[in-house]
Design a protein around this ligand. Sequence first.
Ligand SMILES: *Cc1c(COP(=O)(O)O)cnc(C)c1O
Length: 350
Amino acid sequence: MEFNLDTLVRENIKKMTPYSSARHEFSGAATVFLDANENAFGSPLPVNYNRYPDPLQWPLKEKISQIKGVPPSNIFLGNGSDEAIDLLFRIFCEPGQDNVIIFPPTYGMYEVCAEINNVAVKKVPLTRDYQLDLEATEAAVDANTKLIFVCSPNNPTGNSIERGAIEVLLNNFAGLVVIDEAYINYARQKTFITELTEYPNLVILQTLSKAWGLAGLRLGMAFAGQPVIDYMNQVKYPYNINTATQQLALEALSNISSVNNWTKTTVVQKDNLSEALLALPVTEKVYPSDANFILVKMTDARRIYEYLAGRGIIVRDRSKVMLCDDCLRITIGTPEENNQLLEALKKYMA
Ligand SMILES: *Cc1c(COP(=O)(O)O)cnc(C)c1O
């Protein structure tokens, strides 16, 4: 496998002149900033937001670098992981010409971003035990295949994808292998971050939206070789992460212990809930999960979904999704919430 980033990047992106912001052009020490047309007096808030944010979020990347063991220059920060996914399409996939591979059933945003960017999606279904079909993948790859999205642990099935199979992709695919590790904090499987120096075609996505409890702040992370990160920074909106998010995320990343405790509690609750669900006649199967949700095969998923919704309990109906017949995806809640779910299901049967 020859990896050559130059042949993967769209011609217009290679040729473009990036936007140069006021803060970009001057980065030394100064005290009077009359360069960005901001309001010099302040903000009508207790905290001032009158200045534009740091376009490359260096203090926050330093902090993430310490936690993840990855140099700041190998980190991209986005408005959720979804920004990183969209940028990869815009940098690498020529509309109407290139294609990407996804492994359904999986996270919906890969296909949504592909459609928005007019990029073809080749679907290689997971096997019956929700693992990669490497032979079918090899057959699907062609000269215009730019990205392969592997979601591990996978949403909505919850399982991790076997490491060896992902390594086969990394070793043989000349495009980028994007591993979405949104649920990695809950997984028994190790992150691929440690392999970044090994594979120039590896991109890892993580997020503060799940285990970190910060879905409302919108902060996604991409880890990759510096050439890929540099292109992402060149194409993103100049000020994609607002000042409040940068400050609050920095503060949150210093509170690791509460996050670790919640993660452990969630894993224990997942086992308890799985066991309790299995004891109910409406439950046919609880799939093994490395995430903070479980995929549950029910006797009649749609009716149960509607019954629960009628009682104010919302789960995710996945029963119309490929390989997920009669399945609900249930996020692990607090012990009280999980009990409410179980009590409601007991009444459904009564
Ligand atoms: C929830 C989720 C994300 C997170 O997206 P954000 O934009 O960072 O909130 C990414 N990938 C998968 C598979 C998810 O389930």
